[in-house]
Write a protein that binds this ligand. Structure first.
Ligand SMILES: NC(=O)c1ccc[n+]([C@@H]2O[C@H](COP(=O)([O-])OP(=O)(O)OC[C@H]3O[C@@H](n4cnc5c(N)ncnc54)[C@H](OP(=O)(O)O)[C@@H]3O)[C@@H](O)[C@H]2O)c1
Length: 317
């Protein structure tokens, strides 16, 4: 196994498209008191990896280069900062970096301990790497913003993406009933998850009028009028798409809320427990070694893989 003196990561020296990604040697930053150095066994791609590399969050990510890529990872703790007490060297963990730091598509990653939890023993590193961002986003959409109660009814718009599928599974595990929308060709996959009814992305809201306590919008552009039509009186609409118009609408009184997920340790622990119990599973579309990750990420970003599920990167060697 490589020492931390000869480690690689995917990074870029300017914001831009897939062509700016490079696999290069790097020097891990010295550990802060609350930080953890993890030997990455698997990392997973999310849509935000590409948007951030394109410079869409420059106000947070700044103009210092090179910038690393990748947020979600699973691996083994190699060193801990002076004030870290919850995690120990040798622990098998899963977690995510901050938006500002990134760096999961790498042999080793440094992250704040609050974004890292122990990995259930029965979960593979590959399966574990797929869950942090989508799981925590789905959980906070349902519970923190959505205030979901057992027995309530949820509609998940775009129910087969990473966050959508996680929201469906976590809601079902919370004894809610779940309906959702997906591509017409994927209806049976959605039904197999326990979603009923399953409708197309451009469904007629009148057909579901007044049926849901909670509407979670995970992708696409469900018109607010449609979301309000299918909502019960007193229900909530939660979007995970923090567009300026959604953020402005959330500031007004009413049912509409926009979530920007946060790294809350107890939420990540809950997500990890659900994955350990088997109530939260994300399909893996493809697994590639770090050495072949750039072409795989490029294809994934262009949606050229034609397969639903997570892209997993395994550093190995
Ligand atoms: N606010 C936050 O904190 C937060 C956190 C995580 C993610 N996000 C954002 O949430 C979004 C979803 O993330 P994800 O990880 O779930 O992405 P994902 O796994 O790529 O899923 C996206 C889903 O959108 C579906 N889709 C495609 N066209 C659609 C349309 N016209 N209407 C509705 N759905 C459509 C896709 O269906 P097909 O597979 O059939 O094409 C796919 O299932 C991304 O924009 C991401 O950046 C926000």
């Amino acid at each position: 196994m490589k020492g931390t003196s000869e480690v690689k990561r995917i990074q870029y020296h300017e914001y831009g498209g897939p062509e700016v990604m490079r696999l290069e040697d790097f020097e891990p930053a010295p550990l802060g008191a609350e930080e953890v150095l993890v030997r990455v066994r698997a990392a997973a791609a999310n849509p935000m990896d590409f948007g951030i590399r394109a410079g869409r969050m420059k106000h947070v990510t700044g103009r210092r280069f090179p910038r690393a890529m990748g947020y979600d990872f699973a691996g083994v703790v190699e060193a801990v900062g002076d004030r870290v007490t919850r995690l120990r060297v040798g622990d098998e963990v899963l977690g995510g970096t901050s938006i500002k730091e990134a760096g999961a598509f790498a042999d080793v990653v440094v992250a704040h301990e609050k974004g890292i939890v122990n990995k259930p023993g029965n979960l593979s590193f590959e399966d574990a790497a797929g869950i942090p961002t989508v799981g925590i986003t789905a959980l906070q959409a349902l519970m923190t913003k959505g205030k979901l109660q057992p027995g309530q009814s949820v509609f998940v718009h775009s129910c087969l993406g990473g966050v959508g599928r996680s929201a469906v599974q976590l809601a079902l595990a919370h004894q809610a009933t779940v309906a959702g929308s997906c591509r017409a060709t994927a209806r049976s996959e959605a039904r197999d998850l326990g979603i009923d009814p399953v409708v197309d992305f451009d469904f007629d809201p009148a057909s579901l009028a007044g049926r849901f306590d909670l509407v979670v919008i995970t992708a696409g552009a469900l018109p607010v009028k449609a979301a309000r039509t299918i909502l019960k009186p007193g229900g909530r609409i939660v979007s995970i798409l923090p567009t300026p118009s959604n953020l402005a609408r959330s500031a007004l009184p009413g049912p509409f809320h926009t979530l920007i997920a946060r790294p809350v340790t107890k939420d990540l622990e809950e997500v990890a427990r659900a994955a350990g119990r088997g109530t939260l599973r994300l399909p893996i579309a493809r697994t590639v070694p770090l050495s072949q990750a750039i072409p795989a990420l490029t294809e994934f970003e262009r949606k050229a893989t034609g397969k639903r599920g997570k892209l997993i990167i395994t550093p190995g060697g």
